[in-house]
Design a protein around this ligand. Structure first.
Ligand code: GDD
Ligand code: MN
Length: 363
């Protein structure tokens, strides 16, 4: 059998959904030479072993078990790269995506008129009311608006996880794709050298019946980072973007602590400013440790204390760098805004470089 369409299905704890998924996919694609590639991140519920058991009886099913790795985007990339079919699709395992539009997606791909077909909730024939909490719907809608602007693409459902694409295109851009996070579709579009010919086909986003969603706040943050990274054409490394976003949160904390300690405890400004600085550095350290450097995360009281002290030290040096550059510019050009901004930029790059090197030992 020469496969025409590979359907990549990333899974994490989807054992209960596999049998129905395979049955429905088969029914929808009657007469098509398809295969379904399960890419499982070693789910504790044994999704991979069930996948392999099914695969041992059904040649249309394959199962890749990845160990010591987590990540939806990475799993999708790996599945797509394992295909040798002309067309590849990505579809969720939890039955939220409507497999009955697969034949229409395939027909559009076969026509050669499009590079990418997206299953869309926000075009006629599509809806998202079934599978979404209102908060999720809101985040999804605004995420789409922001990303459309930043990346300059006309696509109504940029956040979709359901699409079909020419495999050659994926092969070509694979080295540029970011394998953390959820947003593989945005990434493919942003990484393509030429504007892609994209079409959307509406579908009703169904409710999840078994298992639970893995999308959380960290995923949202990953998305913001990805958009900034792509919008600046990769000039800003993802890690630096996170580091800076965390820095911005530190500024908010700084002001909050400053205001409160002055109002509540009637301390002097200098004391309040010192408290605020320590508080902001500490939260910055903790958030960076959990998010920005999660792959090099410091664990245990001793490692964390040591890391925190080093981080204070790095920030102190960064502050000196910041103030000296800013003063130099101010003294020479008297442009206070430019001086302050340059100082801040200087301090952030410095803090980032040094803490990557000394605190988390990453480059
Ligand atoms: N291999 C692997 N590794 N698979 C994963 C991982 C992971 O770390 N995390 C999630 N998955 C699988 C799930 O098992 C499921 O098949 C699919 O990826 C989607 O995960 P869900 O947890 O069900 O995501 P969701 O329903 O909240 O989000 C879906 O809808 C969003 C709409 O805004 C996804 O399709 C998103 O891509 C989409 O943006
Ligand atoms: Mn889902």
């Amino acid at each position: 059998m020469i496969v025409e369409l590979s359907i990549v299905v990333p899974t994490f704890n989807e054992r209960l959904n596999l049998p129905t998924l395979i049955e429905r996919t088969g029914a929808a694609l009657d007469g098509v030479a398809w295969e379904l590639i399960i890419v499982d991140d070693d789910s504790p519920d044994g999704t991979a072993s069930l996948g392999k058991e099914i695969a041992s009886r059904d040649p249309r099913i394959r199962c890749i078990r990845r160990v010591n790795r987590r990540g939806l985007a990475g799993a999708c990339i790996e599945g797509m790269l394992s295909s040798s079919a002309p067309f590849v699709a990505v579809m969720d395992a939890d039955l939220q995506h409507d497999e009955t539009i697969l034949p229409r997606m395939l027909a559009r791909m076969r026509s050669g008129e499009v590079d990418l077909v997206v299953g869309s909730r926000y075009v006629p024939g599509g809806s998202a009311d079934g599978g979404f909490s209102s908060l999720r719907a809101w985040i999804s809608r605004w995420g789409t608006v922001v990303a459309k602007r930043a990346l300059n693409v006309e696509l109504n459902d940029l956040m979709s996880g359901f699409f079909m694409v020419r495999r050659e295109l994926v092969e070509f851009i694979a080295p540029q794709l970011v394998d953390s996070g959820f947003k593989i579709l945005v990434d493919i579009i942003a990484s393509a050298e030429q504007p892609l010919r994209i079409e959307e086909i509406g579908f009703r986003f169904r409710e999840r019946t078994s298992g639970e969603s893995k999308l959380d706040a960290r995923v949202g943050l990953d998305f913001v980072g990805l958009v900034l990274n792509k919008a600046t054409h990769g000039v800003l490394p993802l890690r630096f973007i996170f580091f800076t976003l965390v820095g911005v949160s530190g500024v908010l904390i700084h002001f909050a602590v400053l205001r409160f300690s002055m109002a509540l405890f009637e301390v002097t400004f200098t004391t309040a400013q010192t408290l605020a600085t320590i508080a902001a550095m500490t939260t910055n350290f903790l958030i960076n440790n959990a998010v920005t450097y999660r792959d090099a995360r410091l664990r245990g009281v001793i490692a964390i204390t040591r890391g925190l002290l080093l981080f204070y030290l790095v920030c102190a040096v960064g502050a000196v760098a910041n103030v000296s550059v800013a003063s130099w510019i101010y003294d020479n050009y008297e442009l206070w805004f430019l001086a302050a901004m340059t100082g801040i930029a200087m301090g952030s790059v410095w803090n980032f470089a040094l803490s990557s090197f000394f605190v988390w030992r990453k480059t």
